[in-house]
Design a protein around this ligand. Structure first.
Ligand SMILES: [Zn+2]
Length: 249
């Protein structure tokens, strides 16, 4: 899963969202709001199409789903589900790019909250996924990170469960595994090379990483594991340049 920076919307799109949210609020007050109808009518308009385009830009050149990082992002996804939280239906920070599988088969209407009513699901545009998630290179599965007392981190645990990142989605795990192997091989190769061109390395690693695994290797738990820990010790300056480059995916 990639950590993504939210981009600003074009003025017309931002204004449209604001207006649509006000209209939805009025309909809600008069108890006549049909969430699906309101959304699908709006979704067909030009400003909402440009919202979709901005989300695709945010997702990177491969335009993958912001949750799984594997399938193509095919539609606008509501982080807080719109049926249950219509007050966020047209709020820009609530909109992500999602795939059919994450949206329909896994997340659906599931949206776990903490006791303080905070989402227990990683939002890759406001959280660093690798603060909450760990990765198993042997299986390609994701797991929650564990705290110093040996307890799974709650947001990581729920994210893995809701999105089925624990091996239930076989092709997803295979994809993560392949991305990891390319990154690992690249670092192993660098460790024995005579010259190290760090900007070339950064470009190559970005190409190697189809799933956002670089975040695990350079920011997450992976940085303490070989070959990344060796790379950090042997090439501290180059390591720092990579970490800076991979702060966001
Ligand atoms: Zn997905």
């Amino acid at each position: 899963m990639r950590r993504l920076r939210r981009k600003p919307l074009p003025k017309k799109a931002a204004e449209k969202l604001k207006k649509e949210q006000q209209t939805a609020a009025a309909l809600r007050r008069s108890k006549t709001l049909d969430v699906d109808k309101t959304w699908s009518r709006s979704r067909r308009t030009k400003p909402l199409k440009s919202v979709f385009q901005v989300l695709k830009l945010m997702a990177g050149s491969r335009e993958r789903c912001m949750y799984c990082g594997d399938s193509q992002g095919t539609d606008i996804e509501h982080f807080w589900p719109k049926a249950k939280y219509p007050a966020r239906m047209f709020r820009w920070p609530n909109l992500l790019l999602g795939c059919t599988s994450c949206g329909r088969d896994y997340k659906g209407q599931k949206f776990p909250l903490s006791n303080k009513r905070k989402p227990l699901l990683v939002d890759p545009t406001s959280d660093d996924p690798w603060d909450h998630l760990d990765f198993d290179p042997a299986t390609g599965n994701l797991a929650p990170r564990y705290d110093s007392k040996g307890n799974p981190e709650a947001k990581g645990e729920q994210t893995v469960d809701v999105l089925g990142l624990d091996g239930r989605r076989e092709s997803l795990a295979l994809g993560y595994k392949r991305s990891f192997k390319r990154i690992r091989d690249r670092i192993l190769q660098i460790m024995t090379a005579q010259n190290l061109d760090v900007s070339l390395l950064i470009t190559q690693l970005r190409e190697d990483d189809e799933h956002g695994v670089l975040g695990w290797c350079f920011r997450g738990a992976g940085m303490n594991e070989a070959p990344f820990s060796d790379f950090r010790q042997t090439y501290p300056v180059e390591w720092a340049a990579c970490s800076k480059a991979f702060r966001f995916d």
